[in-house]
Design a protein. Structure first.
Length: 144
């Protein structure tokens, strides 16, 4: 009978240990799922913030492009009047060459300015997502 009681006690002890371990694992997984839910919520918030930054930046770029377009039309009108005032073919070609050089320089400057603005906007818009990726990497390091 003692052997049966010892066996029963050992079985109950082993079952209790297994139950305790299962309970601890369950609680740990519940906490992980809670963290995962919070992390996913943070990811969605980062994407929303990123989208807001991008939309706002694109709106500002569009306003700038519209203003530049208006200015370019005014400049073009003045340049056509300048060319029309030429008294000879030689003067016309001199003015034309000067205007072409001026327009080329302006185009290069505008292109550079636009490239920098778009790059800056891309960096600003991606920053919230980049922060989330950094956080995920940190969590993975801690978990490992």
């Amino acid at each position: 009978m003692t052997t049966a009681n010892e066996f029963s006690d050992k079985f109950q002890s082993a079952f209790k240990d297994a139950s305790d371990k299962a309970k601890a694992a369950f609680e740990k997984s519940q906490a992980a799922f809670g963290d995962a839910g919070e992390f996913a919520k943070g990811n969605v918030e980062a994407v929303v913030e990123s989208s807001k930054i991008l939309a706002s930046g694109l709106q500002e770029l569009t306003k700038g492009y519209a203003a530049e377009g208006k200015s370019a039309m005014e400049t073009l009108t003045a340049e056509i009047k300048e060319l029309a005032s030429a008294k000879s073919p030689t003067e016309f070609f001199e003015k034309h060459t000067a205007l072409m050089r001026k327009q080329f320089d302006a185009a290069v400057a505008a292109s550079s300015k636009h490239s920098e603005a778009v790059l800056k906007l891309a960096n600003e818009a991606f920053q919230p997502i980049s922060n989330r990726v950094s956080l995920a990497v940190e969590k993975m390091k801690v978990a490992a």
